[in-house]
Design a protein around this ligand. Structure first.
Ligand SMILES: [Zn+2]
Length: 210
């Protein structure tokens, strides 16, 4: 853990005292996800579980320059205390699905989506770097972003696997820690790249055969 993240405390616009260390970590994670090409500038979201709710990234702010005080607290019962990500219900359903999930990230991995649009899937058991993904990947059908249907479908998916691909949309990873969740969506994208490049290589080899 970087030392500069250790002693930051802040207050949300809603006046909720929150853990600034978690807020600063969320800002760091979103910057990394943007720089990695997993989200566009206003896309994606991430959260960390707290005792009475969870802390989530805000809606409609550039994800490469978020500050700790931009994060929004979501109370388990009362909902968001500020302008939270539109997918806050999805995060809540993931936490409800398993007490072992302490962090959630949602990104828009382009190559992972390309692979699934082509009707292909990823078998995490085939790749060493898939340890953070776990043994399986769920696939969630196309549902409207920000909807209760999507939130419930993702909540059901992560009861079985900690990573889910949302067709036509992106991916969700839940983990005991936020950097493990980020690692999972990064690994997913790397494996998708490997699979797509190996398919192109195979087609090239086949075309050269007499
Ligand atoms: Zn999304």
């Amino acid at each position: 853990m970087p030392a500069f993240l250790a002693d930051i405390s802040t207050v949300t616009p809603g006046g909720v005292k929150m853990n600034g260390r978690e807020a600063a970590i969320l800002a760091d994670v979103m910057r990394l996800a943007y720089e990695r090409g997993l989200i566009n500038i206003l896309g994606g979201n991430a959260s960390i579980r707290l005792r009475d709710g969870f802390l989530i990234t805000p809606s409609q702010k550039p994800k490469n320059m978020l500050r700790a005080e931009d994060m929004v607290f979501v109370d388990w019962d009362e909902g968001p205390k500020g302008h939270a990500s539109m997918e806050w219900m999805m995060h809540r359903e993931v936490y409800r699905a398993s007490g072992s999930y302490e962090a959630v990230i949602h990104t828009h991995n382009p190559l992972t989506l390309a692979l699934h649009e082509a009707g292909l899937k990823i078998d995490p058991a085939q790749y060493v770097e898939a340890y953070s993904i776990g043994p399986c990947i769920e696939v969630v059908p196309r549902l409207p972003p920000g909807s209760r249907e999507l939130a419930e479908a993702v909540g059901n998916a992560v009861k079985r696997c900690r990573v889910a691909v949302l067709l036509g949309h992106g991916v969700v990873a839940a983990a005991p820690g936020i950097y493990e969740a980020l690692d999972a969506v990064e690994a997913l994208e790397d494996i998708a790249r490997i699979r797509l490049l190996s398919l192109v290589g195979g087609m090239h080899q086949a075309s050269r055969k007499p």
